[in-house]
Structures are given as structure tokens and as C-alpha cells.
Design a protein around this ligand. Structure first.
Ligand code: FMN
Length: 263
């Protein structure tokens, strides 16, 4: 059976989910899994799913799914009733992401069979965790991916009984949270300091072409996806969000994911 895994990632957690699912699913004979980065579908009008299974994997931002994942999802079309699942990663508060994506797929007539969430390190660096805590979260998540792979291999349908209800109160809390993180911390405003060496990694890693180098100067536009890939990948630690706490001067990338994979 063919499975397409569409993923979006800033610092590798969600790519680690995709890689783990591929590893487990392909242990079965005749299972083929393709990993497809959502950022490479930016310019497509429609995305036609021909595989028998498909998954959409993404991180949680402000209790919701990233904008880039929502616009991708709006373009997905599937004629042959594939088995469809959604997989979000978060730092423990997955919020409404799964429901936003479910709603968008339903609007295109696509039925969701299952949904999963896994807890990983918080790449918004609001809180610093020790290396042991980060490794332990990832280990727990990987145990869970194994179980989830069995669920997927058996094409188990179980969406309705899962997770929190998509109701008005959750939506209001989500909006308030989003406002605090953007207005107070300036999550969507990236700034560059004078340690910048003009290496260009930020331009290459930005999934939405929001960063451009002109005459060795980094120019940041207003379309930030808030994935924080640039902040974590900058070799000179020259990037931060507007009011990033001083204690957060550490950088993160999932240990099973290389910088090249993110670029
Ligand atoms: C801008 C931003 C907002 C975030 N908001 C949430 C949130 O609302 N709830 C949560 O549990 N984690 C939140 N996180 C943490 C990420 O969802 C989590 O670290 C995720 O696994 C990162 O995935 P990635 O490595 O694939 O980019 C946020 C991270 C960022 C950068």
C-alpha cells in the first residue's frame, strides 16, 4: 500500500514523526511511504492524492495549525477515498489544530479516519528544558509513534471519540492565546542583531520566503509563519523574536533531523 506523508516542520519534531511513521509502516511487506514537505507545494493550485493512505503532520502554533498547513489543506483533493489521518506535535497544549485541518478537509469532501498528537520539546523557547527532559519527551513520543503506526497499518477509524471538543469556548481561548503571544512576545516579528555574518542560512530555511538577502543584509518581511526555524538555525545566534526572553538564548533542532533536511 502507498502512504503519502505531508509534513511541515520548523525545528524537526514533526519531521521526526514522519520519519518514525515511515520506518514502522515500511517494516510491513509491500508498504511504501513517501515523505513530502508541505513548503514545496506553495505554488500548487491543487494537490491530488492518489495514494491509498495520507497523513498531514504539523506543529501547533498558538493552539492552532500553522497558516501554511491550512492553505495547503485547502488545496487537497482526493477522489479514491484514501485512509486519512492528521498528526500534530506540540509542547503539551495541542488546542484546535487537528479540528481546523479536519474542518478544511471535510469542506473538500474528505473524510478523516484518525488523528494523533504527540508532545515534544517547546521550540518557542518560552521555557528552557534540560537535555534529559527533551530526550525523555522525544523517547515517549517515539513509543507512541510505534503504536500509532499499528493503528494506521490496520486502517483503524476512530476520530469522533478523540481529543477535545471543537467548540466556541475553545475557539475564544485559542484567539486570546494567539493575541497574547503575538502582541506581548511579538512571535511574528523576527529581528536581526549585529552579530549577523550574512551567511544566508535564514533565507534558505524560511519556508515562506519571508527572508531575503540583499547586498549581504538580511531583510525580513511581514509574512512570518512563526516556525522559528531561522532563529534556531542561525550559526551566529543573530535572530530572535521581538520580545524573546533573555534566558532563551539556546537553539534547538530535533536530534534525528539534520540542518540539510530542514533546508
Ligand atoms: C510560534 C509558536 C507557537 C507555539 N504554540 C504552541 C501552543 O499553542 N501549544 C503548544 O503546546 N506548543 C506550542 N508551540 C510548540 C511547538 O508546537 C512544538 O515545539 C512543536 O513540536 C514544534 O515542531 P517542529 O519542530 O516540527 O517545528 C509553539 C511553537 C511556536 C514556535
Amino acid at each position: 500500500m502507498k502512504t503519502n506523508l505531508y509534513y511541515f516542520t520548523g525545528t524537526g519534531n514533526s519531521l521526526n514523526v514522519a520519519k518514525n511513521l515511515k520506518k514502522h509502516l515500511e517494516k510491513q511487506d509491500n508498504e511504501i511511504v513517501e515523505l513530502l514537505p508541505i513548503k514545496s507545494f506553495n505554488s500548487h493550485d491543487t494537490i491530488n492524492i492518489n495514494a491509498e493512505r495520507m497523513g498531514i503532520i504539523f506543529p501547533t502554533y498558538d493552539l492552532d495549525a500553522p497558516r501554511i498547513v491550512k492553505s495547503f489543506t485547502k488545496k487537497v483533493r482526493a477522489k479514491n477515498n484514501p485512509y486519512v489521518f492528521i498528526y500534530s506535535t506540540s509542547a503539551g497544549l495541542p488546542g484546535l489544530g487537528i479540528f481546523s485541518i479536519k474542518q478544511l478537509l471535510n469542506e473538500s469532501g474528505i473524510v478523516i479516519n484518525n488523528a494523533f498528537t504527540a508532545v515534544y520539546n517547546d521550540n518557542s523557547v518560552l521555557k528552557k528544558y534540560s537535555a534529559d527532559e527533551i530526550a525523555s519527551k522525544s523517547k515517549n513520543a517515539e513509543h507512541q509513534h510505534k503504536k500509532d503506526s499499528d493503528t494506521i497499518l490496520n486502517n483503524v477509524s476512530n476520530f469522533e471519540n478523540k481529543l477535545l471538543k471543537y467548540n466556541v469556548i475553545s475557539k475564544i481561548i485559542g484567539k486570546a492565546f494567539d493575541m497574547i503571544l503575538k502582541k506581548y512576545y511579538g512571535f511574528d516579528v523576527i529581528i536581526v542583531n549585529d552579530q549577523c555574518t550574512s551567511c544566508g542560512i535564514c533565507e534558505k530555511i524560511c519556508p515562506v520566503n519571508n527572508i531575503k538577502m540583499t547586498d549581504s543584509i538580511v531583510n525580513i518581511d511581514k509574512n512570518c509563519e512563526m516556525c522559528f526555524a531561522c532563529i534556531h538555525a542561525c550559526p551566529a545566534k543573530a535572530l530572535s523574536y521581538k520580545r524573546m526572553p533573555k534566558r532563551s538564548n539556546y537553539q534547538y533542532r530535533h536530534h534525528n533531523v539534520s540542518l540539510e533536511e530542514l533546508l
